[in-house]
Design a protein around this ligand. Structure first.
Ligand code: AMP
Ligand code: GLY
Length: 425
């Protein structure tokens, strides 16, 4: 079989490595892929993840049997719709279903209509009305741009002055472009955060092992928000009891709501949850695998990934048992100094050849210069270790992360510490 994976980051590398375990897979094309992915797949750097027509043409002319569309942008732009029109089976939601991530107004209204627990909120399309509302609000409060904003469209002002600045940034300066035409202002919730990714064919759902992201740039959750500086799985805060509550009050109702709205969700649905004192609440939905959650979740998947993805596409997921290993995994992101701001590029990367077998390096932001691997993005590598325990996985991931070299290498030193404390109770 020939497969095509749209995207070119650590998440896509993790998906590709897992797909390769299936013996019937001959060639995997990555559009665009990256320097490290080129060791596992045929990369096509000329075709970007948003070049929908070129992606569809490529799939048609290269006898692609199955495609996986991983990032949010092509999903929201209808890449899956177009691939289906061209007769190519694929994994991922269509554009209508991808609105669950692409429009916060859509997802918040969905949750309100169907009674799915989430933060209380109001929607504003006019800055003046938003400011009037904020003058009577209590702080901190959460302000979200409606559309996709590379994970940066959420601001948490501590007082009215910061809130006024936030409204100006999003709605007037258009820091996130048209994503800021509408905003959601919502109540500030507290509690541990959990990421739960789930395979779903629209009706059946198979939640994956839970995980914990570390979104801030600095140790102790300080500094700017990033795409994610590291992850661990499973998330010790997510007990079987909480999982059962989430299944009943959040996961199943969300799938039913999407069906009722005429846009059943097929693919990987990501539930960003907060375990508040009043029970689990949805902070956000993503219409795709998380990055870097995927880098700790997929290594723990025992069932063949291609089989699961095809069952999602064929709507037979309910007939499959998706199995997970009992162990744990940890991923430490190696970034270029300066991330999430601008950072230097073109620095040579040296990865020791003798890393242990249970350590995997996922490539996120690098490219090949001849046969040299050089940095090309903020998040460069994700170093994942799997182990019997989280403590062991963290030790091995950090040992490998320390052994990898490139100029300006930066990592958080406290990935997994909160999870270890939770395990100690
Ligand atoms: P999002 O991009 O929606 O995941 O939001 C980014 C981060 O902002 C989340 O991971 C939370 O830490 C935080 N956040 C979002 N919404 C809320 C909320 N209602 N209350 C508290 N924190 C929030
Ligand atoms: N790691 C968070 C996300 O993928 O959105």
């Amino acid at each position: 079989m020939n497969l095509l994976v749209v995207g070119g980051g650590g998440r896509e590398h993790a998906i590709i490595k897992k797909l390769k375990e299936n013996p019937s897979v001959e060639t995997i094309y990555a559009l665009p892929g990256n320097g490290g992915i080129a060791r596992d797949a045929v990369c096509v750097p000329e075709i970007g993840a948003k070049d929908i027509e070129k992606i569809v043409d490529f799939a048609r002319t290269h006898a692609v049997d199955f495609a996986v569309v991983a990032p949010d942008d092509p999903l929201a732009l209808g890449c899956v719709d177009r691939l289906h029109e061209a007769g190519i089976p694929c994994f991922g939601p269509d554009a209508k279903a991808a609105r669950i991530e692409a429009s916060k107004v859509f997802s918040k209204n969905l949750m309100k209509k169907y009674g799915i627990p989430t933060a209380r909120y109001e929607v504003f399309s006019d800055p003046g009305t938003a400011l009037d509302y904020l003058r009577g609000a209590s702080f901190p409060i959460v302000i979200k741009a409606d559309g996709l904003a590379l994970g940066k469209g959420v601001l948490i002002p501590q007082n009215l002055q910061e809130a006024e600045a936030a409204v100006k940034t999003i709605m007037e300066d258009k820091a996130f472009g048209d994503s800021g035409n509408e905003i959601v202002i919502e109540e500030f919730l507290t509690g541990p955060e959990v990421s739960v990714l789930a395979f779903t064919d629209g009706t059946a759902i198979a939640p994956m092992v839970s995980s914990m992201d570390h979104k801030r740039a600095g140790d102790g959750d300080t500094g700017l928000n990033t795409g994610g500086m590291g992850t661990v799985a499973p998330n010790p805060c997510y007990t079987p009891e909480i999982a059962a509550v989430c299944m009943e009050t959040i996961f199943q109702p969300t799938l039913a709501a999407m069906r009722a709205e005429g846009c059943p969700f097929k693919g990987c649905l990501y539930f960003g949850l907060m375990l508040t004192p009043d029970g689990p609440r949805v902070i956000e939905y993503n219409c795709r695998f998380g990055d870097p959650e995927t880098q700790v979740v997929l290594p723990l998947l025992k069932t063949d990934l291609l089989t699961v993805m095809r069952a999602v596409e064929e709507e037979t997921l309910g007939e499959l048992t998706v199995e997970w290993s009992d162990g744990a995994a940890a991923c430490v992101i190696l970034a270029s100094g300066g991330y999430p701001g601008s950072c230097p590029k073109g620095k040579e990367i040296a990865i020791p050849a003798d890393l242990p077998e249970h350590v995997t390096v996922y490539h996120a932001g690098d490219r090949l210069e001849g046969d040299r691997l050089v940095t090309s993005g903020g998040r460069v590598l994700g170093v994942t270790a799997a182990g019997d325990t989280l403590a062991q996985a963290l030790k091995d991931a950090y040992a490998a992360a320390d052994a990898i070299q490139f100029e300006g290498k930066y990592m958080r030193r406290d990935i997994g510490q909160r999870a270890l404390r939770a395990l100690e109770g």
